[in-house]
Design a protein around this ligand. Structure first.
Ligand code: AHR
Length: 497
């Protein structure tokens, strides 16, 4: 065990965290929609078929936006298949996931669901089989008040008021050869630019996201990002990043995924800065990390033309949750550049919420760190000075203790998120919070356990979860906290100047 010091200086704020950092993603994929958020006849379903047990958990997670309808699905999807009388909607082959899409849910139903779940929508337009014109039509349908073909159709379909969806993705992972109608960077850049022009002519209040590299290991990264930005810079607002990690057999390397994620964010930010200079632009394009998670991609099973089969239903362990928590810390510490981030995904498909068809719902281990950062990670992210020892990993040296510190000046509360990736030893964290005046600890929570492979199941739904520890009673301008081996910790303080 060693003692690790951290000084937090109230003046040293990096950025105000954008609430959209705590967004998520629902794709028409597997059981995310059908028997995930929507299951008519389920004991908890409302009159529209939305599962209220799932809605309750989405609300508890405090999700800001939900990206919809995809994902790889998006690039073959005709959004008009999902509007109008349900009994007249087509059943289609979904070529992305080799399933049957019944189109029982479309943008209108999803909008209603999002209202019930207390989230906004980050909509996405098809840049695979779709055209810039169709993207404009979908936007007109959703956001134009009325008096035109598409806006009047929305009204006819039961929604008098426009949806006011502000954030839109122009396609999904268009750099990936697996993507339906994949394009090269120049062709995608031109198509995205012309789509952006149409969309902003319809609604100049929009914020548009173009596809960056689908992962940092793509051979075209970061050239793809540079070229796409050069084509689109003046017309868009965000560049996307996607990254998933899985345990390839070395726990320490896996736990250090955040080191790689951090590097990825910084290098994409540099690419943005380069194009900004090239364009002599005063605007800095933000980053939208709109897919991030742990995903066991190598264990993926192939399905053939079923309706809502159990695709990508990863079950998450404590170790997965700790790795995931490290990624969350990395997002917060890059909040000066990352303005939107979507946990991919939200229900059943690589998700923190897991349902049984006709049955109950459980919280996976990853549910808890997401809820913690979403609930308490709002305000200003500070830059603490930390002297943590490091361990060697495949991604380079990784700090044993990683921290994100968030100050909410309105409620005068300070939150310290702390991850210990040391598999053997706990450490003492010596905190110096003197710049905050009088400080007292109001909450101390820890997630750890004897078995890093433990997972929540329907039989044992609470095996992996945080426990509340007794806060330190004496004043905390300077105090010392025990951080157990392999643990995720949330420490909260109230201060008065
Ligand atoms: O989230 C699962 C898939 O991962 C998405 O459909 C795609 O965008 C990414 O490759």
């Amino acid at each position: 065990m060693s003692t690790i010091s951290m000084i937090v200086e109230r003046q040293f704020a990096l950025a105000k965290i954008d609430d959209r950092l705590y967004s998520s993603f629902i794709e028409h994929l597997g059981r995310a929609v059908y028997s995930g958020i929507y299951e008519p006849g389920h004991p908890t379903a409302d009159e529209r078929g939305f599962r209220k047990d799932v809605i309750e958990l989405v609300r508890d997670l405090g999700v800001t936006l939900v990206r919809y309808p995809g994902g790889n699905f998006l690039s073959g999807y005709n959004w008009t298949d999902g509007i109008g009388p349900v009994d007249r909607r087509p059943r289609r082959l979904d070529l992305a996931w080799r399933t049957i899409e019944p189109n029982l849910i479309g943008i209108d139903e999803f909008y209603e669901w999002s209202k019930m779940a207390g989230t906004g929508i980050m909509a996405a337009v098809n840049m695979g089989t779709g055209t810039p014109k169709e993207a404009g039509e979908m936007l007109e349908y959703c956001n134009f008040p009325g008096g035109t073909q598409w806006s009047d159709l929305r009204k006819k379909n039961g929604h008098a008021d426009p949806y006011g969806i502000k954030t839109w993705c122009i396609g999904n992972e268009m750099d990936g050869p697996w993507q339906i109608c994949h394009l090269d960077a120049v062709d995608y850049g031109k198509k995205a630019r012309e789509t952006a022009k149409i969309m902003k002519l319809i609604d100049d209040n929009l914020e548009l996201v173009v596809c960056g590299s689908s992962t940092s290991t793509m051979p075209t990264y970061p050239e793809w990002d540079r070229i796409v930005l050069e084509q689109t810079y003046e017309h868009i607002d965000y560049l996307s990043l996607h990254r998933y990690y899985e345990n390839l057999g070395n726990d320490r390397d896996f736990l250090a995924s955040f080191v790689d994620m951090d590097r990825f964010i910084k290098s994409v930010a540099s690419t943005v800065d380069y194009v900004k200079s090239l364009k002599r632009s005063p605007r800095t394009i933000g980053l939208s990390f709109d897919e991030w998670n742990v995903w066991y991609q190598r264990k993926q099973i192939r399905f053939d033309w079923e309706e809502a089969p159990p695709i990508l239903e990863d079950q998450y362990s404590l170790l997965d949750a700790l790795t995931f928590a490290g990624m969350g810390i990395s997002l917060i510490n890059n909040a000066d550049r990352v303005k939107i981030a979507c946990l991919a995904q939200l229900v059943n498909v690589i998700a923190p919420i897991f349902t049984k068809k006709g049955g109950g719902v459980i919280k996976q281990s990853t549910y808890y760190p997401f809820r913690d950062i979403s609930k308490f990670g709002r305000g200003l992210v500070l830059r603490p000075a930390v002297a943590s020892p490091t361990v060697e990993t495949a991604y380079g040296d990784a700090p044993v203790l990683s921290m994100a510190v968030v100050d909410d000046p309105e409620s005068e509360t300070l939150t310290v998120f702390c991850l210990n990736i040391d598999e053997k030893d706990g450490h003492r964290l010596d905190l110096d919070l003197r710049s905050f005046g009088k400080v007292s600890m109001i909450m101390r929570e820890q997630m750890t356990g004897p078995d890093p492979d433990a997972k929540n199941t329907f039989e044992s739904p609470d095996l992996v979860r945080p426990v509340a520890l007794e806060p330190i009673r004496e004043s905390c301008e300077r105090c010392s906290v025990q951080i157990e081996a392999l643990s995720w910790n949330v420490l909260r303080f109230k201060y008065t100047k």
